[in-house]
Design a protein around this ligand. Structure first.
Ligand code: UDP
Ligand code: GLC
Ligand code: MN
Length: 417
């Protein structure tokens, strides 16, 4: 049964991290979560990406960045880019929900984890680097403006010992380690990929029960390239990790390639044709996934394919059952998943420190509007619908005749009435 007042929440401050968020969202859908999916994004996220996010998440919420601007501690962590993780604090402003589970954009669920909502704030799993701290990549929380303001106040007064949200949250929820064991999530709810090779026997023994994998560290799944023909995953770094780690990576790419990439490409294509002044009219079945399931990109409605669990993904969730056709790392020039021709995110804004703004639910821009509204309606009518559709797809459009704008408009008007 759907639970409308609870949500999984993630964060994507740029198009790269949003690709991770999309795979996470898709993995939650594959395992048929009964909770809402929400994502916090920042102004840098492109309009194409926003349109795609709307097809996976129930809510896409734009917030302003919050930076810790603590380069000193971040350099100790060797992760200067994590200053922006203070933006995570916005999740406490989502008071339309009574309880949420925050998940980093670099996490992936391997089975249904809705039982996490039985836990209380602040529940989280130990950090593999310092187990008396919790890892802030997965945590249960209760949205509250009071808590949000207290966190900002605390940050202003004490900062964060690691320069990111994890240091801050551990100092704020400082009794996590000692007070209530119920708030210690088992490690299998946040299995950091590094633990897979730092404690191989434990992974061999317990790894089959993993529920969430976390690609913690500076190399993320979207930094690799995937060759669908050979099913190889490559990165130009020197280390390849263990085959087990690569099984998770392979699963990430399987979802990305089958479900996310087609959406990104379609939306990019549509944005391109819009920018060339061509009106591109979409059919509800025009965007198809590999398994030929029809998809409607619509921010208000979860596309049907997302509710259908891919058997492939479920059977693949136990590491042993993965096929390990992964070729160890081969150095190569191309690092990013460059097949996705997303526009470069805007230049970073001048970094504000603690400038939280009230959240605003995303208003779709022209492109997204176009997708969500027109896609539903403009399907040729029977009896030759299939032939007609093919003609459209091949670009044989009868602009002056039956496909003339006034006819389309008439259909739209009929629908809107
Ligand atoms: N994040 C983001 N943009 C960034 C860095 C981080 O949106 O430039 C968000 C994203 O949700 C990410 C989380 O903050 O998963 C924490 O960062 P990351 O996962 O890179 O940290 P790690 O888990 O590797 O320490
Ligand atoms: C950790 C967490 C991540 C957090 C970062 C900065 O490694 O995995 O979620 O954003 O530290 O504090
Ligand atoms: Mn992470």
């Amino acid at each position: 049964m759907a639970v409308a007042d609870q949500a999984f929440v993630t964060l994507g401050s740029d198009d790269d991290y949003c690709q991770g968020a999309l795979v996470l969202g898709q993995s939650l859908r594959n395992h048929v979560t009964s909770r809402k999916l929400a994502i916090l994004i920042t102004p840098q996220v492109s309009s194409v990406m926003r349109a795609v996010l709307c097809s996976v998440f129930d809510e896409v919420i734009e917030v302003d960045e919050i930076y810790s601007a603590d380069s000193m501690h971040l350099s100790l962590l060797e992760r200067p880019e994590l200053s922006v993780t203070f933006t995570k604090l916005h999740c406490w402003t989502l008071t339309q929900y009574s309880k949420c589970v925050f998940m980093d954009a670099d996490t992936l669920v391997l089975c249904n984890i809705d039982e996490l909502f039985e836990r209380e704030e602040l529940s989280a799993a130990p950090d593999s680097g310092w187990p008396d701290c919790f890892n802030s990549g997965v945590f249960v929380f209760r949205p509250s403006l009071q808590t949000y303001n207290n966190l900002l106040q605390f940050a202003t007064e004490h900062g964060s010992f690691d320069g990111g949200d994890q240091g801050l949250l551990n100092s704020f929820f400082s009794n996590w380690a000692t007070t209530d064991i119920g708030k210690h999530l088992p490690f299998i709810y946040n299995l950091s990929s590094s633990a897979i090779y730092t404690y191989v026997p434990a992974f061999k023994h317990f790894g089959r029960d993993a529920k969430v994998v976390h690609f913690l560290g500076s190399t993320k799944p979207w930094h690799y390239t995937y060759n669908p023909q050979t099913r190889t995953i490559m990165h130009d770094g020197a280390t390849s990790g263990s085959p087990n780690q690569f099984s998770f990576l392979q699963l990430w790419w399987k979802i990305y390639y089958a479900n996310i990439l087609p959406l990104l490409e379609k939306c990019q294509e549509m944005a391109n044709s819009e920018s060339q002044g061509q009106k591109h009219v979409f059919y509800d079945d025009e965007i198809r996934l590999k398994n030929e399931t029809p998809l409607v990109i619509n921010s208000l409605q979860i596309p049907t394919f997302l509710e259908q669990t891919s058997e492939m993904d479920i059977t693949a969730s136990a590491p042993e059952e993965f096929d390990n056709k992964i070729t160890p790392v081969v150095p190569q020039v191309e690092q990013r998943s460059s097949e996705v021709r997303l526009p470069e995110p805007n230049q970073p804004l001048e970094q504000p420190v603690f400038h939280p703004a009230p959240q605003q639910t995303l208003k779709l821009d022209e492109t997204a509007h176009h997708i969500s509204e027109l896609s539903i309606q403009l399907k040729p009518e029977a009896p030759n619908a299939e032939d007609e559709r093919k003609k459209w797809e091949e670009g044989h459009i009868d602009y002056m005749g039956k496909d003339a704008f006034e006819h389309i408009k008439r259909k739209l008007d009929t629908f809107l009435k």
